[in-house]
Design a binder for this molecule. Structure first.
Ligand code: NAD
Length: 364
């Protein structure tokens, strides 16, 4: 029987976090009212807000809340008032702590160009039009975790730095399976990005992704070297559907791809773990605009859509949220960051309320 009781941990965080989260929760409320799903929201503190209250950015109570939830929804953490703290107490440590404890191994970044915002892209309209890419980045391996690592003084008295690119076949298979499954829910094209022409670890990556593909004969699997992918993302981004890649290459390519749409306030993300998953906008806590009711809540609202699709098995409802955002933009509503001449400038709250109105009409 389909599950229809869900527990969601909600961490608004710092800066604009509470403002954008408030709008995202209005969206969730409509889905739970109209669709007869019971969504229990449990709020907790993380980041600077948690440090101020508990003296630590990730208190045990918040971690426990996250661990016993079906999904975690996060605003953003950080701000100048906590920058002088010891590294271990900084708000951003909460993100690392959550990711580590939830066993998160895949980061999903959808890059979608809304027709109404094509002008915001630094690229020509005809190049970005219609792009709908999902980047699946591995998060637990690669040079970020491989050993040996460090900087040592050699016998010649000169320093030498070492990091190690390392992947086990299980780590590669785990992310490949997720990527093939995601491709199955889309246009059934998967591109694996590596550097197998130079690096043995990447040769293993390519072999294991190819082997995994034997279980997915319905998916069209291709491979590309990372340098070519970086180039193709600018030359012809519309060619891509799902891209799966390593931690290092994914870090760089996903930021490059984020710029295709040109608006940081529009981009959601999902981080999938063994037990649960974390959903958050890709932007930070934007302390420069916090408390002014001008932040764009759409990335957080779109993160709710991802949560419905990947953790609550409600793909139809996820699609309705995305449609409501599209309609809101089509009717000319804009927060300051995506404002264009002759459009309707609105604040955070009005933007959220407009999406709510559209969603109500769609779900009825
Ligand atoms: P940022 O993403 O917070 O802001 C960059 C610029 O984009 C700013 O000008 C900001 O006003 C604007 N912006 C960001 N989100 C917006 C939105 N929703 N609507 C309108 N404008 C928006 O990055 P930053 O300034 O480098 O970092 C600020 C703080 O956030 C730092 O403490 C940093 O460590 C933290 N941070 C947290 C996360 C996270 O929680 N996942 C991610 C990145 C940065």
């Amino acid at each position: 029987m389909k599950k229809n009781n869900f527990k969601i941990a909600v961490f608004a965080g710092d800066g604009i976090g509470p403002e954008i989260m408030k709008e995202a929760l209005k969206i969730l409320k409509i889905i739970s009212e109209k669709k007869n799903v019971n969504i229990q929201l449990n709020e907790g503190l993380v980041g600077g807000a948690a440090y101020d209250h508990y003296g630590t950015p990730l208190p045990d109570s918040s971690l426990e809340l996250a661990l016993c939830s079906d999904a975690v929804l996060l605003g953003a953490v950080g701000g100048p008032q906590w920058e002088s703290l010891d590294y271990s107490l900084r708000p951003e440590r909460a993100l690392l702590g959550l990711r580590g404890n939830l066993g998160i191994f895949a980061n999903l970044r959808p890059i979608v160009a809304f027709d109404e915002l094509l002008d915001a892209s630094p690229l020509k309209k005809n190049i970005v039009q219609g792009i709908d890419i999902m980047i699946v980045r591995e998060l637990t391996g690669d040079v970020y975790f491989g050993k040996p690592r460090g900087v040592k003084k050699g016998n010649d008295g000169k320093r030498r730095g070492v990091n190690t690119m390392a992947y086990s076949e299980d780590e590669i298979r785990r992310i490949a399976v997720r990527a093939f499954e995601i491709a199955r829910t889309r246009k059934k094209n998967l591109l694996s990005v590596d550097k197998a022409n130079i690096l043995e670890t990447m040769e293993l990556w390519r072999d294991v992704v190819t082997e995994t593909g034997q279980d997915y004969p319905d998916i069209n699997l291709k491979h590309m070297y990372v340098d070519n992918c970086a180039l193709q993302l600018i030359r012809n981004p519309a060619q891509f559907d799902v891209i799966v890649t390593t931690n290092l290459f994914g870090d760089i390519l996903s930021d490059e791809a984020a710029m295709l749409t040109g608006s940081i306030g529009m981009l959601p993300s999902a981080s999938l773990g063994e037990k649960t998953a974390l959903y958050e906008p890709i932007h930070g806590s934007a302390p420069d605009i916090a408390g002014k009711n001008i932040a764009n809540p759409l990335a957080t609202i779109l993160s709710v859509a991802l949560m419905l699709r990947y953790s609550l098995s409600l793909p139809r409802e996820a699609g309705l949220i995305e449609e409501a955002v599209g309609k809101t933009l089509k009717e000319g509503f804009r927060t300051r960051d995506i404002y264009q001449k002759n459009k309707k400038l609105v604040g955070t709250e009005e933007m959220g309320d407009t999406v709510v109105k559209k969603l109500r009409n769609l779900v009825n």
